[in-house]
Design a protein around this ligand. Structure first.
Ligand SMILES: [Zn+2]
Length: 327
């Protein structure tokens, strides 16, 4: 079947599960399928199970393992059509439209679009974390300023957006994850610190089964169902309990806050979100792959190549270019 050029033909094209698997595999492993456990490049393909089996370590793996698709009950056909719609709709797309077109609930569609947008921003379908040697730290922080120092019109605007909370302060919550081995951060502006919200952030960014360290905030109590979760009670146990601590992500929070600086009064969530993305990019690109410090020119080039990589990916998914993708 020819590669699709329109939404209608894409729906037809991706209705075949094997085609979806091959499409994601070529985005994920542009130089050929690699074992997710040992990196070996020789394997059997188990057709009926639609999985690969490594000839070296015998581990079996599907194309979804360790990617943003791994814990979703929705099929790759739905994910790829949602991605198609997201990258090809010039005027933006709503979760209602996607839900209707894919025959799924608006809530499921919202979840897919949210996760796909994060992946596009990050330039990667891959999650953080992994085995016990690559633990992640998760934490949240508040960013906020005193309302009384603010111009009245600004305060009214924030109040109407329900940004201004109790105690007459504006506070925006940011939840984030740091991969200790890779030294990479992912962070999002969130509406609250409840279990569902924090679960969602961690599931968006961390491979299932990874080791995750947090403090003892109740919002993390549910993590043990999907991750190897360990927590520290700072009031009782201090800031570090062997490997269990959140010093890495807290270091990122303090860099973030220092960046906002003393002039900061209040940032609307929308702008804070953009500012946060910039800071995450800077943090994640402070070192190159060899562990050398990156300068502004290096970071600029990385940003450019990520953007270029994304364009290639769009082209790959839309079938317009046969080149490999840096997705
Ligand atoms: Zn292997």
């Amino acid at each position: 079947m020819e590669k699709p050029l329109t939404l209608q033909t894409a729906i037809k094209y991706f209705s075949d599960e094997q085609t979806c698997i091959e499409t994601v595999a070529s985005m994920r492993w542009p130089n050929g399928v690699e074992c997710v456990a040992c990196g070996h490049k020789e394997h059997y393909y188990l057709k009926t199970q639609k999985r690969w089996k490594c000839k070296e370590c015998y581990k079996q793996f599907s194309v979804k393992v360790n990617t943003i698709f791994e814990d979703s009950p929705l099929g790759l056909d739905k994910w790829l059509i949602a991605l198609w719609m997201l990258v090809n709709c010039k005027n933006g797309i709503s979760s209602y439209e996607v839900g209707r077109d894919l025959g799924i609930s608006q809530k499921s569609a919202w979840f897919m679009l949210h996760r796909l947008r994060l992946a596009l921003k990050e330039g990667s379908l891959m999650k953080l974390g992994g085995g016990s040697a690559t633990p992640c730290e998760a934490d949240e922080t508040f960013i906020g300023g005193k309302v009384k120092n603010m111009h009245r019109s600004r305060r009214m605007k924030l109040e109407s957006q329900k940004v201004v909370g109790l105690k007459n302060e504006t506070k925006t919550i940011i939840a984030g994850v740091l991969d200790r081995k890779k030294g990479k951060v992912r962070a999002e502006v969130v509406g609250d610190r409840k279990q569902n919200t924090l679960d969602m952030v961690i599931r968006n960014h961390v491979k299932l089964g990874s080791v995750v360290y947090t403090d003892n905030h109740v919002g993390y109590d549910n993590l043990r169902s999907r991750f190897a979760h360990e927590s520290i009670n700072k009031e009782v146990e201090g800031y570090i309990k062997g490997k269990v601590h959140t010093q890495g992500i807290e270091n990122f929070w303090s860099l973030l806050k220092r960046g906002i600086g003393g002039t900061y009064v209040a940032v609307e969530p929308f702008h804070l979100s953009r500012y946060l993305d910039e800071q995450v990019f800077r943090f994640n690109n402070r070192m190159d792959a060899m562990g050398n410090k990156m300068n502004d020119a290096d970071r600029f080039n990385t940003a450019l190549s990520q953007i270029a990589g994304k364009r290639l990916t769009f082209a790959e998914v839309t079938g317009k270019v046969g080149e490999s993708a840096a997705f």
